[in-house]
Design a protein around this ligand. Structure first.
Ligand SMILES: [Fe+2]
Length: 237
């Protein structure tokens, strides 16, 4: 396989780069998960070249396409055209931004793949509307912008931006999340809920897949500020 790389049981990644305003470049990852019946669940589709699409088709039949937050939707309409049989599931704002997706469903915990991949729409945040996921079979926690793990920068302005948000060459939650919090108790409950998942790997959209022995401690540390004053939530689990 040239484009899709297997990273865990039944999970493949596709890596690309995307240019943002002001010459910022981000690496960006799509993932495909093969469900028990052989169908594929496609998270945050990139602009796949034809050959990448053909490879994806060899992995299974794309049944679900997921636009996991209000910002990761650019190539979802293209994926919907490439896989017309697939259901599209989106963050609510994506439906306003992408008019062609009006037949899509809104992500919630009640999704058809819930037996295999848990879905948690993060609450208490402004703008971002991110849903995060737990793939039970591979014990993978899947998120989009919620954490970064970026070590390679294409240019100086990208490195400067990542330094400013506190995520220069380390596993970290960008400082911008502090501005996104509207109701701390809700997002605190969500992160406590994530820590109840028995994950051994974090797959995020930007940066290296993280797989370390103390991974849940690392996630707990980087999100501890969210639960400050709400630490009892962990004890209640
Ligand atoms: Fe992103």
């Amino acid at each position: 396989m040239k484009y899709w790389k297997n990273i865990a049981t039944d999970i493949w990644e596709y890596n690309d780069e995307i240019r943002m305003p002001a010459g910022i470049w981000f690496t960006i990852r799509s993932i495909a998960i093969r469900l028990a019946n052989g169908d594929l669940w496609l998270h945050s589709p990139c602009n796949f070249p034809n050959e990448g699409l053909q490879e994806l088709k060899t992995l299974g039949n794309v049944r679900y396409i997921v636009a996991p937050n209000a910002f990761h939707h650019l190539y979802v309409p293209k994926a919907a055209l490439d896989f017309p049989e697939a259901e599209v599931w989106c963050a609510p704002k994506v439906l306003k931004k992408q008019k062609d997706l009006k037949n899509s469903a809104i992500l919630s915990s009640e999704v058809p793949w819930a037996n295999e991949i848990l879905t948690l729409p993060l609450q208490g945040l402004r703008m971002v509307e991110e849903s995060v996921f737990f793939h039970k079979k591979s014990q993978s926690f899947i998120c989009t912008d919620f954490v970064f793990n970026v070590y390679e920068f294409k240019n100086l302005q990208t490195k400067i931006l990542m330094t400013l948000v506190g995520a220069n060459q380390k596993f970290a939650q960008g400082l911008e999340w502090r501005l996104l919090v509207k109701e701390r108790n809700l997002i605190a409950q969500n992160t406590a809920h994530i820590l109840g998942w028995d994950f051994k790997r974090i797959i995020m959209a930007h940066g290296r897949v993280l797989e370390t022995r103390n991974i849940r401690d690392q996630f707990a540390d980087t999100t501890a500020w969210i639960r400050k004053g709400h630490e009892h939530l962990l004890l209640e689990k």
